[in-house]
Design a protein. Structure first.
Length: 239
């Protein structure tokens, strides 16, 4: 993959990270509107679902927006879990749906191997969606792009549980903006995984194959991990 494309994908991820990382403020809202977000992203939408997700994001930005409503919605999604849509992988994959389970420790080791660590794991555990997006961004900025490992990371981590998170947020959040953020991130990740297949011949596993692989990793001998539904349509640098 050309260095220019890798850098552009890292820039895309930076944009997505900011949407999940903090509340939307008036200055950022104005910048997004003036930049015609998300149409400046390097990965163009693919298929009907992708086109709809990009259109929904643009429409949400065009609507009159209450910053207070956005702040309340951000808290409901990312801070107090009042939607039942946890931003932590462990909650989706652990047998008891608890935080700080096996996926968190697995991701901590993965970050450490790349010379990364969470700035404050007490504030945001290692398996949070923002930290997983940060890790993916750092992969694209690495001196040598590890295509196989990147595809595996998407298949077994962010790309596996995020669709269910995105679907629940889209259905139950209060603002079109955060519904569109979830949907846009979902279709962008799907498009990215497709690009890795196209360029590096890394076929996308079926949902059953991914579930079986993750069940083996987590050693869930009492119950299988429920298949994720597709949404319609270490010292070193720290984050």
């Amino acid at each position: 993959m050309a260095s220019e494309l890798l850098a552009a994908l890292a820039d895309d991820l930076e944009q997505l990270i900011r949407r999940h990382d903090r509340e939307l403020d008036a200055e950022t809202l104005a910048v997004l509107r003036s930049a015609d977000f998300p149409h400046g992203l390097a990965l163009p939408p693919a298929g009907e679902a992708g086109q709809q997700a990009y259109a929904n994001m643009a429409a949400a930005l065009a609507e009159p927006t209450s910053l207070d409503e956005l702040a309340a919605d951000y808290a409901a999604i990312y801070l107090n879990n009042s939607l039942g849509a946890s931003p932590y992988e462990s909650v989706w994959l652990s047998d008891d749906h608890l935080a700080c389970a096996t996926p968190m420790f697995e991701l901590r080791e993965l970050y450490a191997a790349a010379g990364l660590q969470a700035t404050d794991w007490r504030r945001r555990f290692d398996d949070h969606v923002v930290l997983q997006l940060h890790y993916l961004r750092q992969v694209f900025l690495a001196p040598s792009f590890p295509a196989d490992d990147t595809a595996r990371f998407i298949d077994e981590h962010l790309g596996y549980w995020f669709p269910d998170f995105a679907q629940r947020v889209s259905l139950f959040c209060a603002t079109p903006f955060y519904a569109a953020v979830a949907e846009l991130t979902h279709v962008w990740l799907l498009r990215l995984r497709g690009v890795l297949d196209e360029i590096y011949d890394l076929p996308i596993p079926s949902r059953d194959e991914m579930t079986a692989r993750i069940n083996r990793k987590l050693a869930l001998d009492k119950a299988e991990v429920a298949p994720i539904r597709f949404m319609p349509g270490a010292q070193g640098p720290s984050w």
